[in-house]
Ligand binder design. Sequence first.
Ligand SMILES: [Zn+2]
Length: 52
Amino acid sequence: MSEDMVLWSMTCNACDHEWMQSTPEGSDPTKEEIECPECGSTLLDAAYVGRS
Ligand SMILES: [Zn+2]
């Protein structure tokens, strides 16, 4: 089993908070149950950064 993680630059569309999020390789962060740590919104943009 691969333990590779992918790093994403996340942006909240509700409050414009930005943070870094890692997910297992092959997963889509916009389909994961990720919430904005500031406001709890799930209206997020994810930009690929690279493998962590
Ligand atoms: Zn937010």
